[in-house]
Design a protein around this ligand. Structure first.
Ligand SMILES: NC(=O)c1ccc[n+]([C@@H]2O[C@H](COP(=O)([O-])OP(=O)(O)OC[C@H]3O[C@@H](n4cnc5c(N)ncnc54)[C@H](OP(=O)(O)O)[C@@H]3O)[C@@H](O)[C@H]2O)c1
Length: 190
């Protein structure tokens, strides 16, 4: 797996998504209640304070997302604060927020030229279509999957479509008190 060459320069592209146990990232009707109601109690898990979560989020320099994820984030209530966001789209959009810029064009140029020049810790946060394209192009250095303790049965598949067989190295497993588990992988050097 070839990560983007940004990795070698201390820059990294992290794909982050929340998935159901059966591999869906969204329900057909786009509702997100399953994310909020999925939690249980797993005593051996860790919990993090709001301050710790906020400090972690401050380490992220830029978010990248597809236009459908952007639309959904605007509807739900913008969770990215003033951190720069790049929305990949072929359409024209009104400038709803100062921190958002729109990009259409070659994705490798986006990463290697536009993003790597400005940011170090870049998070690709969906959706399925854009993440698949990034994976196909070898532009992802790290995958962080948050697995929610729920089966959905149907919906939008996390990695459905054209992703090829590829090995990734497990870096960490973090179980949370609410029953969610975070799995982190890095692009395999082998
Ligand atoms: N569970 C989670 O962690 C999670 C995370 C993120 C999103 N989601 C959910 O996933 C759903 C959206 O995912 P999605 O897969 O349908 O859509 P998406 O990846 O968010 O957006 C797809 C759009 O991105 C643009 N795009 C993608 N690849 C492109 C390329 N190579 N060049 C130019 N533009 C490109 C196109 O925009 P245009 O059509 O504008 O040209 C395309 O229609 C929503 O329901 C969202 O809530 C869930």
């Amino acid at each position: 797996m070839a990560g983007s060459d940004g990795n070698a320069k201390g820059r990294s592209m992290t794909l982050h998504m929340v998935s159901s146990l059966d591999g869906f990232i969204a329900k057909k009707d786009n509702s997100v209640g399953w994310l909020e109601s999925a939690g249980g109690v797993y005593e051996a898990g860790v919990s993090i304070s709001e301050e710790e979560a906020a400090a972690f989020v401050r380490t992220i320099d830029c978010y990248v997302m597809g236009s459908r994820t952007y639309e959904h984030a605007l509807e739900l209530g913008w969770p990215y604060g003033d951190t720069p966001v790049v929305v990949v789209t072929g359409r024209e959009w009104p400038q709803a927020r100062k921190s958002v810029e729109f990009y259409s064009g070659d994705l490798r140029t986006l990463v290697d030229v536009e993003l790597n020049a400005r940011y170090r810790n870049i998070w690709l946060v969906g959706g399925a279509m854009l993440c698949q394209r990034f994976l196909e192009l070898g532009l992802v250095d790290e995958i962080r999957l948050m697995i929610a303790p729920v089966l959905l049965g149907e919906g939008l598949r996390l990695f459905g479509g054209s992703v090829m067989e590829e090995r990734w190295d497990l870096k960490s497993v973090v179980p949370y008190k609410n029953g969610f588990v975070e799995l982190s992988y890095s692009a395999s050097a082998g």
